[in-house]
Design a protein around this ligand. Sequence first.
Ligand code: GAL
Length: 681
Amino acid sequence: MISTLLSRLRSGADGDPAHRLAYGADYNPEQWPRDVWEQDVRLMREAGVNVVSVGIFSWARIQPAEDQWDFAWLDEVMDLLHEGGIGVDLATATASPPPWLSTAHPEILPVTANGETLWPGARQHWRPTSPVFREHALRLVREMADRYKDHPALVAWHVSNELGCHNIYDYSDDAARAFRVWLRARYGTLAALNHAWGTAFWSQRYSDWEQILPPRLAASHPNPTQQLDFKRFSSDALKDYLRAERDVLREITPDVPVTTNFMVMGGTKGMNYPDWAEEIDFVSNDHYVHPGPQDRDELSFSANLTSGIAGGRPWFLMEHSTSAVNWQPVNVAKRPGDLARDSLLHVAHGADAVCFFQWRQSSAGAEKYHSAMVPHAGEDSELFRAVTALGATLKALAPVAGSEREPARVGIVYDWDSWWASEQDSHPTSLLDYRQEALDWYSALLGLGIRADLVTTRADLTRHQVLIAPVLHMVPADLAKELTRYTEQGGHLITTYFSAVVDENDHVWLGGYPGALRDLLGLRVEEFGPLLPGETVALDDTTTGSVWTDRITVTAPDTEVLAGYRTGPQAGRPAVTRRPTGSGSAAYVSTRLGVEGLTALLPRLLGPAGVESELPAGVRGLVELTVRRGADSRFLFLANRTDATVQVPGLAGEVLHGTPLAHGLLTLGPRDVAVLRRPAD
Ligand code: GAL
């Protein structure tokens, strides 16, 4: 639990409340001379920092050669931080193997699908399945844990760093061996594997386990189930590695919570985090904004999904940026107010810690142009002043710490298997974008001022009156039953094109699409109608579809057609349908409507469930409302989504952050976030 970490943080210094939100950064003192360290601690105190992650990339410094250890500098850093009242989320330091290791053991280096070696010189150049790497890494973890197990600064363990960021897919011989072990455990017999992989196709039948390889560069599309299983295996291989580090830590320090930083954000897909979350004591996430029209919706979406992965419990924002990053084609600086707004949006969605990459901006190395809490310009800078102001805000938000997310009436289902399977090659279209489709539904709901929770298929789906399941491509029989029961018991399911098409082996449910939910939806699709890039179709409710259409035949007498195609290959046929199921319903949207189209359609889809915005009419879409619930308080976060001042009427409660209410009217400046506390009912 993150509360274990929070309660390990020193309280009392500078009048800190006993239990408050954590604030800090990755701290890399090994990049700086000794005299800077004291300045750092002074500035951290000034900024209200109470936790830092140390040692993430320190392997080469801690262990300069196989049998040499140098902990003196780290001892000193830990002591200095402790004296300054700052807790340490101590990394196991295994993220980037030192040159002596990769020189002695080049067999730890990952290999791409094309057979190219990923050489040292950057970071994370190790195979998740390498026994040699694991042996050396676990030796280091043990040394770290033994050395610092009783250090009073230690508040949590930070396993490696962003596992899978650069090394999720490795096609080496180590990977091939481990893949076979994983497949034997999954299928038991070759016959079962041959069936699951559909190897009757293209003469792929295996007669010996040793013949099986990762899906390396091939003459044409590799077997789809092999590709899917390799994705599952690759995620599991890193999960297994995470467990190996964790087990050493738990053995030596059973009372210190263990975490690792996830990357729930645009651009990452390989790690099945809902599955990993069960292995650690609290969920941590890193998030970076990709500038664009939906950038803050995407931030909110990622934070919301992180909360879903954490089961609604508080989580730790391990990294985000104070301003620009260094790894996008153009690295845009944040505008005034963005730093606080971005941080508070994460808190709104359950973060109990707000940390940045990194504390002090590097003067050398690949990330020297990446922003930090202390920029190149130094403490006399607008950025450091904004960092200090945020520290004060987070102190004022101490009562929020420990509160959980208050469930919304609408849930959006996000499913890793469907994500992986729907975007594989050799499909009807390569234009399908699973995450973007889910984000569009989320943006449309934000635009209507309707709260929604991102949930995974591991969650209790019955908690939500409405479940939106965009592109729920892979629907095994059990999930089909669960969704059917959900609608029969009064739930309202909304799903879309290319959903419920395949089972867990990526085999098509036969008899017409969407096979697993065909009867529930009361329709049948004989053929998909993907659209060319840029091609659109008009619907008779004035919305416009792109990417996909379906040739729908309504099969149940009670299926209502909510909108039909007016143009395109399916002109005159249904495009959007809904079938009542007792007190619930099952709706189907057969094309990509985008944010605008979904905004127009959603009120009709949500109507039967009686879901409406909780915001006053004039500010819907301008403000994002999020609610956290504690033992005796509810915390309302109101975030201005616009660049203009917005006034929200009709509010009551204690303002923990923001301008005082004037007769119930809250004024939110551009990009401001306010936090109100109310008694829980
Ligand atoms: C993360 C990583 C950090 C730093 C940061 C830059 O992926 O964990 O070490 O590289 O990105 O944005």
